[in-house]
Design a binder for this molecule. Structure first.
Ligand code: UD1
Ligand code: CA
Length: 454
């Protein structure tokens, strides 16, 4: 069995991003750049993965703690990609096998492409195999230099390239596979002989070649996959491509997306068959949506679990669990830790926060329900407010099954309304109400004689 180790280079300054945030932590299609690369690597059966960190290293290190089996290595000074890789030398010293090197800023690379690179590298017993691509606009990328017979001689960077070399359309993806045994000696020979006084990892290829080792490059993916994100424009381009891929995947699985151009769906989102997503809709983070739902238009769904046949129109749903046949909106705001059971209806201008609402209950108009537990078949009248906050603490409101709350009611928490209670419209309820009772808490109407002054 061939041992594969992986290094992801992610210490670069990211100068071209002009950002205070480390480049690899910029999000694209809902996920940090580095995570796109890490998730790709995790599928490769790598024995161990190292990420070289530098710029904003504490933030990147903390971020990567969520992954097991990944070690970070600090590059104290940013002296180039070659110098970055050298930082890992001690970690893999004496190990035999191959080293996959990836860049933290190429989020479009696909798992299958990496697998093809590795199998080519192993099959041909190369000392290095570079993943290359063909580009009509190669500006900015390193170019693969080959001899007349097609053998790879080395890589020349844009800045050092001659006019003739600049015409080369085969570009370096920044992804390589090295045979460990011959890598370190060659890497130690890299000199900072370029304009920027950086140690270019790309120089290793010609060093290996000149030492008589097998240097190769394979073009096994589209140009799109090797797009490096160095600035905000490339970040947006990468986002566009990733979103397009997701939408195509969903459509192929039987989801209707009315307008792909105004629909933004993050990579990890799962959507069931025959669900329709209408224009101007954002589905972000960890979201699962079942079958036969209608989502949108003008809707945001974040980190939520939505079952089947749910309708959400013109609304914002965040951190909620929603069961079958629930109807939300238009213009509702469902906030974190809300659980809506089957057939619940949340209508216009209603806000629900951290509440449990049981089957068939309705909050149809202009209400705020926060920190509440609501039973089955409850009707909440228009303009009902749970007064859950006393300025210091939040308190619970409990409404048992079959309660009917009239319009414009304040429920001052903590308060418990037992089964089947009827609350008169306009009441401000401050005390618990026992089962089966009618509670009215409002000033009595008085009627006086009156004449209009002339
Ligand atoms: C690099 C390649 C280029 C290739 C392109 C593909 C070099 C010299 N050039 O250029 O041939 O076509 O990627 O996208 O490698 N890094 C560090 N420490 C450093 C400097 C860089 O960790 O001191 C990391 C960066 O975080 C990045 C990678 O190395 O992930 C490449 O560096 P970057 O500055 O983006 O190189 P490019 O100019 O894109
Ligand atoms: Ca780059």
């Amino acid at each position: 069995m061939n041992n594969i180790y992986t290094v992801i280079l992610g210490a670069g300054e990211g100068t071209r991003m002009k950002s205070r945030l480390p480049k690899v932590l910029h999000k694209v299609a809902g996920k940090e750049l580095i995570s796109h690369v890490v998730d790709c690597v995790l599928s490769v059966n790598s024995k161990k993965t190292f990420v070289v960190i530098g710029s904003g290293s504490d933030l990147v290190k903390t971020y990567l703690e969520k992954y097991k089996n990944i070690d970070t290595v600090l590059q104290k000074e940013r002296l180039g990609s070659g110098h970055a890789l050298l930082q890992v030398k001690n970690k893999v010293k004496g190990l035999k096998g191959n080293l996959l090197v990836m860049c933290g800023d190429t989020p479009l690379i696909k798992k299958d492409t990496i697998k093809k690179l590795l199998s080519h590298h192993l099959k041909h017993k190369n000392n290095v195999t570079v993943l290359s691509g063909t580009s009509e606009n190669p500006f900015g990328y390193g170019r693969i230099v080959r001899d007349d017979k097609g053998n790879v001689l080395g890589i020349v960077e844009e800045k050092s390239a001659t006019m003739q070399e600049k015409q080369i359309k085969e570009i370096n993806s920044g992804i390589y596979c090295f045979k460990l045994e011959t890598l370190w000696k060659a890497l130690s020979k890299v000199k900072p002989n370029n304009n920027k006084k950086e140690y270019y990892l790309t120089d290793v290829i010609s060093i290996l070649n000149k030492s008589g080792y097998k240097t190769d490059a394979v073009s096994v993916c589209s140009e799109e996959e090797i797009l490096g994100v160095n600035d905000r424009l490339q970040l947006a381009t990468a986002g566009d491509i990733l979103r397009g891929r997701k939408i195509e995947e969903l459509m192929a699985n039987g989801v209707t997306i009315i307008d792909p151009y105004t629909t933004y769906i993050d990579g990890d989102v799962v959507i069931g068959q025959d669900t329709v997503v209408k224009p101007n809709t954002f589905i972000e983070g960890n979201v699962t949506i079942g079958s036969d739902c209608m989502i949108g238009p003008n809707t945001v769904v974040v980190d939520s679990k939505i079952a089947n046949n749910v309708v959400i129109r013109y609304s914002y749903v965040d951190g909620a669990k929603i069961e079958n046949n629930v109807k939300i909106g238009p213009f509702a705001h469902i906030r974190p830790d809300t659980f809506l059971k089957e057939n619940v209806k949340i209508g216009n201008f209603s806000e629900i926060k951290k509440s449990f609402i049981n089957k068939n209950s309705k909050v149809n108009h202009l209400s705020y329900i926060g920190d509440a537990t609501i039973g089955k078949n409850v009707n909440i009248g228009a303009g009902t407010i749970t007064c859950n906050y006393d300025g210091k603490n939040k308190h619970q409101t409990i409404l048992e099954d079959e309660v009917f709350v009239g319009s414009n009611v304040n429920l001052v928490a903590p308060v418990k309304i037992e089964k089947g209670v009827l609350i008169g419209a306009g009441s401000t309820i401050t005390k618990n109400v026992k089962s089966g009772k009618l509670a009215i808490a409002r000033a009595k109407q008085i009627v006086l004689d009156w004449k209009k002054r002339i």
